[in-house]
Design a protein around this ligand. Structure first.
Ligand SMILES: *Cc1c(COP(=O)(O)O)cnc(C)c1O
Length: 391
């Protein structure tokens, strides 16, 4: 019989450099491949499966909803969508939520809302969005434009106009650029994920906030990767003392089902009117039921455990042989290794631990509820691989 890997290679578009790993099942933070080999999962499908696999409570919420109604469109009301929006607003102080299906779409909505706000307030020529160099905001043409990394732009021109990129953590450059371009929005990630797990400095975040407030520039925080407990608080902006006008999120929100959310704050809540934006699947009741379970589970006790596990990983790795730097926040961790990151990840897979990379770093995004003993086992393997053959 032809292998799944060869069928996939023949018929699925070549947009991914997949690892030669066919995964068939999961339980908690353990994945099993087609040969029965088990792996500790330190990637959670790029920060998506935040409660691990087969979580009983989450599965119950999803199955209950899937047995009732699976999809209705946004022409009608369903309870998971309304209750999820309520939970998100109550937990953040934001006022309204637009639901979509992915991170890129949550950013599309954020950009549309910010541009409309600024166009109405300051005129049609106020449309430029300032984002950061080395950022990542998605793969649609507009979110590619927002993404401050030229490697993703090549051969896809013309991109959506009206985006400029400035150096992260350079407050002087930002102040100057705001004066020059009359921005419709400033859009940031608190921790650049795809860019190499790089947190913003508190000083830079404070500059962003004060410019946004003084000049009435919508502040958009992209929490697609940092959100939903990943950094040890419900959203990362909460640790920076920011008051965003728009928060976009996805990845961990659905706990494994596709859902994106754009949270609109007080000054943005009535910007988008009927017909201004939409999504056929957005707020799908099954995905929303999963997401509601995720948000309900992320209480103070749960988030405190994320912080405890984070401290353990930072302590273990920052003094490990073959590791030159550890960066990140919560359970979003970047490891600069003496050896090439890709070779470390391959050696870890060999030894039964699945990790990610981000730029030149090894990246860890384990399930937020990974049991401490499992986490310890994975970190021991990662440390051994990083140290192996290093003087
Ligand atoms: C992953 C990611 C996106 C894109 O999300 P998709 O669901 O792949 O569209 C956008 N912004 C950030 C910060 C991300 O990490």
């Amino acid at each position: 019989m032809e292998s799944i890997i060869s069928i996939d290679n023949q018929y699925v578009a070549n947009t991914y450099a997949r690892f030669p790993l066919e995964l068939v099942s999961g339980e908690g933070s353990i994945l099993t491949d087609v040969n029965g080999k088990k792996y500790i999962d330190m990637g959670s499908g790029i920060g998506v499966s935040c409660l691990g696999f087969n979580d009983e409570d989450w599965k119950k919420a999803v199955i209950e909803q899937i047995s009732k109604v699976q999809h209705t469109s946004n022409l009608y009301y369903t309870s998971p969508c309304a209750l999820l929006a309520k939970a998100l607003c109550e937990r953040t102080g934001m006022r309204k939520v637009f639901f979509s299906n992915s991170g890129a779409e949550s950013n599309e909505c954020a950009i549309k809302a910010a541009r409309k706000y600024s166009a109405e307030k300051k005129g049609d020529d106020c449309y430029t969005v300032i984002t950061l160099k080395n950022s990542f905001h998605g793969r649609t043409l507009t979110t590619l434009s927002a993404t401050g990394q030229d490697v993703f732009h090549k051969l896809f021109n013309p991109l959506t106009p009206g985006f400029v990129h400035t150096e992260a953590n350079d407050s002087d450059a930002l102040v100057k650029l705001v004066d020059e371009v009359n921005p419709a929005a400033i859009m940031i990630e608190c921790v650049q994920g795809e860019g190499g797990v790089l947190p913003l400095t508190m000083e830079f975040a404070a500059t962003v906030q004060s410019l946004a407030t003084e000049k009435d520039i919508p502040l958009v925080v992209d929490e697609v990767q940092t959100g939903n407990g990943r950094t040890g608080t419900l959203y990362a902006y909460m640790q920076y003392g920011l008051t965003p006008d728009v928060v976009s999120t996805a990845k961990g929100l659905g706990g494994g089902l596709p859902i994106g959310a754009t949270l609109l704050g007080e000054k943005m809540e009535n910007v988008l009117k009927a017909g201004d934006h939409g999504s056929t699947y957005g707020g799908n009741p099954v995905c929303a039921a999963g997401a509601l379970n995720v948000i309900e589970r992320l209480d103070d006790a749960f988030l405190a455990e994320v912080k405890t596990k984070s401290e353990y990983v930072f302590t273990e790795l920052s003094q490990a042989k073959g590791v030159t730097a550890v960066s990140g926040m919560g359970l979003m961790i970047g490891i600069k290794t003496v050896k090439d990151a890709k070779s470390v990840v391959n050696a870890c897979i060999e030894k039964g631990v699945i990790c990610l990379t981000a730029k030149d770093k090894v990246r860890l995004l384990p399930a937020l509820n990974i049991p401490m003993p499992v986490l310890k086992e994975a970190i021991a393997v990662i440390k051994a691989v990083c140290a192996e053959g290093v003087e």
